[in-house]
Design a binder for this molecule. Structure first.
Ligand SMILES: Nc1ncnc2c1ncn2[C@@H]1O[C@H](COP(=O)(O)OP(=O)(O)OP(=O)(O)O)[C@@H](O)[C@H]1O
Ligand SMILES: [Mg+2]
Length: 250
């Protein structure tokens, strides 16, 4: 079986104002469909790495291969159909929710799967939505789930999720996790999921990629990572207490 995703010695330079690399020597291989949690403190380049994997951001050095085909060899539009990025801040296009969902089929010339949309909306906690409503009026959490659904319609080989449940309440978050767990098993989709929610990382992933010190510092099984990470940096990252909720002031 061909490896799903291989990344070799990836490097991303900092923006013009700053010299040096944001990260370098990032190498990893996903040999069979998996669910990976991509962890690391803010500003390490997790979103940037996902965007590079999705051919949305420049690769300064290194190679990315999907099923043994490198990103440079494949048409970018085709690549983005197979390796889909769901952004931290989802952007809705002008128009209705349904028009937003239909965009991917129009863009990629594939049939719009109305049945799948109707199946997934309630599972994502979105049964109440009227698809004829303007997408711009959706709440942040609703936009994230519609953006996720928009990507699922493409049935990508690799789904790159960037903190997509960050603005969801607990019940909705667990619904999304459930949908994605089932999707992974049924479709064999590989998921790389950036999250700062360590309990979520434990629940959903089989493996952890931990970014730190300008590279991919750890790449191991989830249980092993949380039991005993190999580096002090990761140890302190998982030990950092979650800030207590502010007391109610009124
Ligand atoms: N388009 C850009 N141009 C220049 N610098 C950028 C750009 N996008 C991100 N950066 C910078 O690159 C660094 C990494 O950003 P990135 O968003 O990838 O981090 P992150 O690990 O996803 O952080 P967070 O956990 O806060 O989302 C940051 O210093 C950020 O300011
Ligand atoms: Mg980010």
């Amino acid at each position: 079986m061909k490896p799903v995703l291989e990344i070799q010695k990836l490097r991303r330079n900092r923006s013009d104002a700053q010299e040096g690399a944001l990260f370098a020597n990032v190498s990893a291989q996903i040999t069979e469909p998996s669910m990976i949690a991509l962890l690391g403190v803010s500003g390490q380049g997790k979103s940037t790495l996902l965007r590079m994997l999705a051919a949305l951001d420049q690769v300064d050095e290194g190679t990315i291969r999907l099923h043994n085909v490198s990103q440079q060899e494949m048409d970018a539009r085709l690549w983005r159909m197979k390796v889909c990025y769901v952004a931290q801040q989802s952007v809705m296009l002008q128009g209705t929710i349904e028009q937003n969902l239909r965009t991917v089929s129009l863009l990629h010339r594939i049939p719009y799967d109305d049945k799948l949309v109707k199946q997934l909306l309630p599972k994502l906690g979105l049964a109440h939505l009227e698809l004829g409503k303007s997408a711009e009026q959706l709440s942040g959490g609703e936009k994230q789930r519609i953006a996720l659904l928009r990507s699922l319609l493409l049935k990508p080989a690799v789904l790159l999720l960037d903190e997509i449940t960050a603005s969801l309440d607990r019940a909705s978050k667990e619904m999304v996790e459930q949908v994605l767990g089932e999707w992974h098993h049924q479709e064999g989709t590989t998921i790389v999921w950036v999250t700062h929610d360590l309990e979520q990382a434990r629940r959903i992933s089989k493996g952890v990629w931990f970014m730190g010190e300008g590279t991919l510092l750890e790449n191991c099984a989830t249980a092993a990572f949380f039991e005993k990470p190999a580096t002090e940096l990761a140890q302190s990252y998982i030990e950092t207490p979650v800030p207590k909720e502010q007391p109610c002031l009124s």
